[in-house]
Design a binder for this molecule. Structure first.
Ligand code: HEC
Length: 152
């Protein structure tokens, strides 16, 4: 630069910008900031190699780890199916009374039933199964077609 402007008070070169008599000094950015910035660039290069990164026409680049969140979910679902397999098999073979008599089977069936109820039944019977106009209350002891476990 031909005409360097030096701030008289600090002795630092200025950028030449000035607002209302306030001059902008041209100090270098802090070392730690610059190195952190370089580190993010290095990190991103590693990330782009390992993980899906660049969008292509139909899908993104796969990355050498071949990771996908869909794949992770499929793996977890498979694990859950395997873990539940034995007990589901057992439940399918025994009577309702036998399920109720076995604390482990009863607990599993009740939890599964509660989740099936929330998907299939709450629309009419309500979240607490208290029913409503035209839809019977399932908590009381009044039953239209019989109240034992098999009738229900
Ligand atoms: C589309 C609305 C609807 C849905 C969804 C529904 N129900 Fe019902 N449910 C009814 C109605 C209406 C009756 C009364 C039927 C009658 O009068 O015979 C009833 C009756 C019952 C009864 C007998 C109640 C009694 O007092 O005798 C039971 C038990 C029951 N439902 C359980 C379920 C379960 C479990 C589900 C989910 C798998 C379910 N219902 C889903 C509308 C529904």
């Amino acid at each position: 630069m031909a005409d360097k402007q030096i701030d008289e008070i600090s002795g630092v070169e200025t950028t030449g910008h000035e607002w209302d008599g306030i001059r902008e000094l041209s100090n270098p950015m802090p070392r730690w900031w610059v190195w952190s910035f370089y580190a993010t660039i290095v990190w991103s290069l590693g990330y782009m190699v390992l993980y899906p990164a660049w969008p292509l026409v139909n899908e993104a680049t796969k990355g050498v780890l071949n990771y996908s969140s869909r794949g992770e979910l499929a793996g977890e679902m498979e694990g859950a199916r395997v873990a539940q397999g034995a007990i589901l098999e057992k439940i399918s073979k025994v009577s309702l009374e036998e399920i109720l008599a076995d604390p482990q089977l009863a607990r599993f069936a009740t939890a599964g039933g509660a989740s099936a109820f929330r998907v299939n039944c709450v629309q009419c019977h309500g979240t607490g199964a208290a029913g409503g106009q035209g839809y019977p209350n399932l908590n009381d002891d009044e039953w239209l077609w019989g109240g034992d476990i098999n009738a229900i």
